[in-house]
Design a protein. Structure first.
Lengths: 411, 411
């Protein structure tokens, strides 16, 4: 599979996070000759929050995480790729239980303190006997620096590992936020992308972690789409070890604490970074496109119109063809079902206004806009002329490679 | 462009309908060397009903038809291909007015008795001066037998003309129903496919025509999708000339009249025939797939789940790859947002049950189902295990050819 043209030239190096240790190995769950099993150990006192798929056919690991998030504490994370353990019935639940039991023994914690995520094929039983005996060795081998291995181990059809790191000040003390993600296909809103795991040493009470994660996800992981297909396995978790307290960082237990502002901003920036990396590695991707909708009845209406554009096969194939076919944007606004004043609609490609007041801009020059479309990163803006609502989402083009990848993936 | 593998070996021959005359010509609106302008003349007393796109950015011709349907009478229909006259502002309305004025003069009727439809590129001004002078000649040349010409003249990226005819008894007297349609791309529910025009000699009051058309569209044109993209121009009109009254057919003015049953059935059959022809000529199509959902909370919920499956890029690429990837069906059920009991879900490909009680059927044999997938016409059934709601929709696969066609169409 060709590597995405957006693959970073160099991967960011994530600094150690006190008490967080990682290890990955080749368990042979589905793939040959690549790492597919990840164990992350977390220090005592780690809090956790997360957002999980809204799918009505959520996987067994998602159900486990949803139940565990209520407790708010975490000591270990196990992730496998190659098999999603979704739609696997009672056996799926048993596989999760066997996995967390082995991980708990390896990490020296209770099973309820183990989070688990699986990504890959849906509907095939996941056999924990193929890998649970490896967790003890992973725990023994775990390193504070194995971030790149970890990002590799959670990949499926991804063509590059996704990592990001930021620092922020909390009460005057620097804290670190680092995360990894995977994506590629079955990427759509109403969720928290395929898999994303973010770690910080900030001392944050579990409800604070939960609130920060959900807020940041709304404009990052929940604002992207590759193919409109919401996965059964989407999981984004934020773990806060609290170890920065040793360096003087204040413990935050109130989600409205003003000292969180810089942290929340850095977290959203990091999650947007990871979310963009997911879209930029969308299956068959050649174009990365930001879609901004303004002038809608509400922000929620703007979001729905933006996704109607971002998910339209005809809009996405026009991007692939480098065709400034703004008529298809008009179509996608129309089918969204939200209020829009056709006769006040305006559309921009980059800085160029191509349509205004419900018809083609008299200054429109096809050649100029067509030249803009040859760029790899595009911005489309639409004003629908009825209110103040606005939203921005990110999508990619729909190429023949997307079809080839997905017509052949499982077989 | 390669002709769809579903193209009929022979086109149906539509019989003359008393008083209905048709003519088409090459106006050069966008295409070269093919007919792109159609005029249909209808006898005095013709009633009309129709369903039009729900798009918020509907085209100028759609707005004209919506206003005219309130009157319930029709004497002429003008259709052009190559330009949709959508998102063309005041000039779009003026183009419609110029067109209907010329058509009314040619047909010897009032402008308000002329229906108009346009299909093709969105956002480019339609110049009526390029073709309105041709309408007089078309009226003079119009023939009762020119159905095939008519079906050709309304095509855009369609690879074959779409025609169908049926007869039914009305009060013991045979009446005829004949229709033409076009489709290919920008085909999705909540509408009445791109363009479909159906004609009958049955004597039916306008409200009866309207009711029959809307009911039949619900399970035919509104139950298909090629690419989930609802057009700005979708128009399905049913014209009833009433000329069968001369042969003794009763005039029906009450929509609940039991004598309509056989007619309504034949009409729905004809509209399903045309709707299937549209899907079977979907851009790049290789597979025609029926999706049946049972066991949903309501028929409407079943419809939404069925369309979630039918529109999923991952499901459609799996069909293209002849891959019985039912895990993606599970995903699409889950993302629909409707009630579904994951642990009672069952899935069939053809007669083969592949999943039951929330996991893979123990009798599942990949080879057998994979062999079934090599067929051109496929049936998928899903029972979601919560109620009695059911619905059936039709879709096609998503192929690399769809992408090529749409990446290059306008440029």
């Amino acid at each position: 599979m060709a590597v995405s043209p957006f693959a970073p030239k160099a991967l960011p190096v994530l600094p150690p996070l006190d008490g967080v240790r990682l290890a990955a190995c080749e368990a042979g769950i589905r793939y040959r000759d690549r790492k597919d099993l990840l164990l992350v150990l977390l220090p005592a006192g780690t809090t956790v929050g997360g957002v999980l798929t809204q799918s009505k056919t959520a996987s067994a690991p998602v159900e486990w995480c949803r139940a565990r998030l209520a407790d708010g504490g975490a000591r270990a994370l196990v992730v496998n790729s190659g098999n999603a353990n979704a739609f696997t019935g009672m056996r799926g639940r048993a596989a999760v239980e066997a996995t967390v039991a082995s991980a708990a023994a390896a990490a020296g914690c209770r099973p309820e303190e183990v989070f688990v995520a699986s990504t890959g094929v849906i509907g095939e039983p996941l056999e924990p006997d193929r890998f649970k005996h490896l967790l003890g060795g992973l725990a023994a081998d775990a390193q504070a620096t194995a971030w790149e291995d970890a990002a590799h181990a959670i990949m499926t059809t991804d063509t590059y590992p996704k990592l990001a790191t930021r620092t922020a000040e909390l009460g005057g003390v620097p804290v670190t936020i680092s995360g990894i993600a995977k994506g590629a296909g079955m990427i759509a809103p109403d969720m928290a992308t395929m898999l994303a795991f973010v770690f910080t040493d900030a001392p944050l009470a579990a409800p604070v972690v939960q609130g920060l994660c959900a807020t940041a996800a709304a404009n990052t992981f929940n604002a992207i789409t590759v193919d409109s297909d919401t996965s059964t396995s989407d999981t984004a978790l934020l773990f806060a070890t609290g170890t920065a307290a040793a360096g003087g960082a204040p413990s935050i237990s109130d989600a409205t604490d003003g000292r969180l502002d810089a942290f929340a901003e850095a977290l959203e920036e990091l999650m947007r970074d990871l979310a963009h990396q997911v879209v930029k590695d969308g299956e068959g991707v050649r174009k990365f496109v930001g879609i901004t909708v303004t002038g809608a009845e509400s922000d929620a209406a703007a979001r729905r119109i933006a996704f109607s554009i971002a998910n339209s096969p005809l809009v996405k194939t026009a991007f692939a063809g480098e065709d400034p076919n703004w008529g298809r944007i008009v179509m996608a606004v129309g089918k969204a079902g939200e209020a829009a004043d056709r006769d006040r609609l305006a559309i921009w490609f980059g800085e160029m206004r191509v349509a205004v007041d419900g018809e083609r801009d008299s200054d429109y020059r096809e050649e100029t806009v067509a030249a803009y479309m040859t760029g790899a990163e595009l911005e489309v803006r639409v004003d629908v002329g009825v209110g103040e609502g606005r939203s921005k989402v990110w999508t990619c083009d729909l190429t023949a490679d997307y079809v080839s990848i997905n017509a052949d993936y499982r077989s």
